[in-house]
Design a protein around this ligand. Structure first.
Ligand code: XMP
Length: 326
């Protein structure tokens, strides 16, 4: 039988055993998984934990504010913010291949954590020591789909799975590695995290970078960020937030089609809506968004996002498609 209290006790014990009195760092993404992982580690080793929120330039609107307010307020965990957007975007210049994007982003994350060490130690009043452990909110499905489970193929490299580059000194702490999302949510609630964190829809660590099909540039990110915010706002307004598992909004940046706006010909890119219904993201169906919600989102995106002249619906289950396009 599955019991949240038991899992928490067991993991707290394990974390204490693994970590001892060393300093621990945890990358927060704003998502449920890293938040719950951090809360568990905080319960286990308290102020030995410092969280780091990396702005990689591929976040959605309001993401940083949410971490700052909701998370820190609820937990009192120490938080350091790093703006690494220039570095990430420079590293991604000219890159279009999905797995390369994922590898580059994953590696950059680790390097950013390494660089943040000094600040973390000062924050912790532990100058001169080193940060030995890195917490990651890896879930069971992430492990399986990155090829780490029993006999599974590598479908895509989740940015936080697959080990660290060889020269990295961090040892991983992954207290959610055997759990599914619904279990993580139950644990988060038990640990006192607020609903707006626990019930947040999943969002991938590599962020909007893997939702731009083609090269990732600042202009494209800004465009997608706006379209995504509109879609999220309208789905929330329609009261569908908890019903929908998540809804990636994808920019087909290298595809162009002809449109007409005012009396003018346009030649713009399409935005794809990918509404998902699922229990664990291992398999999924497309969520039947009501027509009127689709219509409002489509009208608003084409009116408000310059350069987008078409909105299309992805009505494919998983399998055969995956949830994210890359
Ligand atoms: P796919 O696209 O593999 O996605 O069907 C399954 C679930 O995982 C999320 N996802 C990620 N989450 N790091 C994450 O933390 C990643 O690199 C990553 N890639 C995909 C995706 O949003 C979906 O919920």
């Amino acid at each position: 039988d599955w019991d949240a209290d038991n899992i928490i006790d067991e993991q707290v014990g394990r974390i204490r055993e693994q970590v001892g009195d060393a300093e621990v760092i945890c990358g927060l993404s704003g998502g449920v998984d890293s938040a719950v992982a951090a809360a568990l580690v905080h319960k286990a080793v308290g102020d030995q934990l410092t969280c780091v929120f990396v702005d990689h330039g591929m976040l959605r609107k309001g993401e940083a504010e949410q971490v700052r307010h909701d998370f820190v307020e609820a937990t009192g965990i120490k938080l350091i913010e790093v703006d690494a957007s220039e570095e990430f975007l420079t590293a991604l210049e000219g890159v279009t291949e999905p797995e390369r994007k994922r590898k580059i982003i994953g590696e950059k994350f680790i390097r950013t954590f390494e660089k943040a060490q000094k600040e973390v130690l000062e924050e912790a009043g532990a100058r001169g020591k080193e940060v030995k452990f890195l917490v990651q909110g890896t879930l069971y499905p992430d492990v399986v789909e990155s090829g780490g489970g029993d006999g599974a193929a590598n479908i895509k490299s989740h940015h936080n799975v697959g080990g660290l580059p060889e020269d990295v000194k961090f040892e991983l702490v992954e207290p959610l590695r055997n759990l599914f999302k619904d279990e993580v949510r139950a644990i988060g609630t038990k640990l006192g995290l607020p609903d707006n964190i626990v019930w947040r829809q999943p969002f991938p660590g590599p962020g909007l970078g893997i939702r731009i099909i083609g090269e990732v540039t600042k202009d494209r990110l800004d465009l997608l960020r706006d379209a995504d915010a509109i879609a999220r706002e309208e789905m929330a307004k329609a009261g569908l937030d908890r019903d929908i598992w998540q809804c990636p909004v994808v920019l087909l940046a290298d595809v162009h089609s002809v449109g007409v706006q005012g009396d003018e010909r346009t030649y713009g890119s399409p935005i794809v809506l990918r509404p998902i219904s699922s229990d664990d993201a291992m398999t999924a169906d497309w969520y039947r968004l009501p027509y009127d919600v689709l219509a409002t989102i489509s009208t608003r995106i084409t009116n408000e996002c310059r350069g987008i002249n078409r909105v299309v619906l992805d009505c494919t289950s998983k399998p055969p498609a995956t949830i994210e396009w890359e």
